[in-house]
Design a protein around this ligand. Structure first.
Ligand SMILES: Cc1cc2nc3c(=O)[nH]c(=O)nc-3n(C[C@H](O)[C@H](O)[C@H](O)COP(=O)(O)O)c2cc1C
Length: 350
């Protein structure tokens, strides 16, 4: 009751202010042990059919929080208690940066979508490391999504990624090389085979922790397939598909800034997963993200080859009970098709 009242209040506020307030609330919650435990009892669904072992870590369910929600890793215990199987924090850059001027986050409420031009606003790697270290090891696997500072010229980008991995390797279950945000000028130019190979090499010189690459949906299918193969050949432990889209034709009266997420991205994100799965399924972990809002969506992504999925926009519109509800319905879908567990659903349609 109280939760749904808070949720509708948040949706009546400006999107960035609402996000700040929600994050503040989560931080308060995690300071009070008994309240956090009660919250977890109400939100976490425990069922062995949802569990997978990946990279030697246990993922209690396949639903993760996508990057950008908790950029500075300030609410890891509370977000874990919300029932996620894993969390991705960041994007973090070496130095703190303010991001783009506001307003930079917009709702397309009737389309259950968001448009953001945040520009990697974050408190920098020192701050992220302190926050993660306070709660390490975390209750669920935590990936760290890394990006270059806006000021760093493209030829020097690899050094930013190197510094980030070197600094943060003690507090990450996996890293994600983010080269697909549309809000850092030039970043998407790193989505070329040689650049990806170099970035992976640099990261792997620093750590043996899994390194993943996050790709954009705004490339030709063949280009995406080639890039996915180059990344896996270069040692990527996984691919995250996809970041936001700059296909502004997906919304009426488009503002041509930032990237679109949520329901308008769903179809393309699934398409990209299928393209990539047909190229590299079985050679690395595929994580699908983009417009996932129901158990039917999750089940379709698993069958299409994703071992894990992530959500962001649906959480804004669906509220904090969403993860638990999706997991519950996912079990029903598995039962209906007589599929034993999540792991057995992965790749059924590939
Ligand atoms: C406000 C906002 C900020 C985001 N920030 C990041 C980010 O810092 N790094 C990143 O890799 N993706 C970022 N994303 C993209 C999401 O991680 C995700 O790939 C995308 O939103 C598609 O998923 P969804 O449709 O479930 O939202 C952001 C998305 C939103 C809406």
């Amino acid at each position: 009751m109280l939760e749904s009242a808070i949720h509708s209040l948040l949706l009546r506020m400006g999107p960035e202010a609402a996000h700040g307030l929600a994050m503040g609330g989560l931080q308060k919650l995690q300071q009070v042990g008994p309240a956090l435990q009660r919250f977890e009892r109400q939100h976490r669904l425990v069922d062995s059919r949802l569990v997978q072992e990946i990279w030697g870590r246990q993922f209690l369910n396949p639903i993760g929080l996508a990057a950008g929600f908790d950029k500075d890793a300030v609410a890891v215990p509370a977000l874990a208690a919300m029932g996620f199987g894993f969390l991705e924090v960041g994007t973090v850059t070496p130095k703190p940066q303010a991001g783009n001027p506001r307003p930079r986050l917009f709702r397309h409420r009737e389309l259950r979508s968001l448009q953001n031009a945040m520009g990697f606003n974050n408190a920098g790697m020192e701050s992220l490391k302190r926050s993660l270290a306070e709660n390490w090891p975390p209750p669920v696997p935590v990936g760290v999504n890394i990006g270059k500072n806006r000021q760093t010229e493209l030829p020097a980008a690899a050094e930013d990624y190197r510094v980030l991995v070197r600094h943060l390797k003690g507090t990450a279950d996996y890293f994600v090389v983010n080269i697909s945000s549309p809000n850092t000028p030039g970043l998407r130019d790193l989505q070329r085979g040689e650049a990806v190979t170099e970035l992976l090499e640099v990261c792997q010189q620093e750590t043996s922790i899994p390194v993943l690459v996050k790709l954009s949906p705004d490339m030709e299918d063949q280009t995406i397939a080639d890039l996915a193969r180059a990344a896996v050949d270069g040692g990527a432990a996984g691919l995250i598909l996809t970041n936001t889209t700059v296909d502004y034709s997906l919304v009426p009266e488009p503002q041509r800034i930032g990237g679109l997420s949520g329901r308008v991205l769903r179809r393309r994100s699934l398409e990209v997963l299928k393209v990539v799965a047909s190229e590299v399924f079985g050679r690395c972990v595929l994580i699908s993200v983009g417009g996932i809002e129901s158990a039917t969506d999750v089940y379709a992504r698993l069958r299409a080859g994703a071992q894990l999925v992530q959500i962001y926009t649906a959480l804004i519109y669906g509220g904090s009970r969403l993860v638990c509800e999706i997991n519950k319905e996912l079990l029903d879908l598995l039962d209906k098709d007589e599929v034993a567990d999540v792991a057995s659903a992965v790749g059924l349609d590939v």
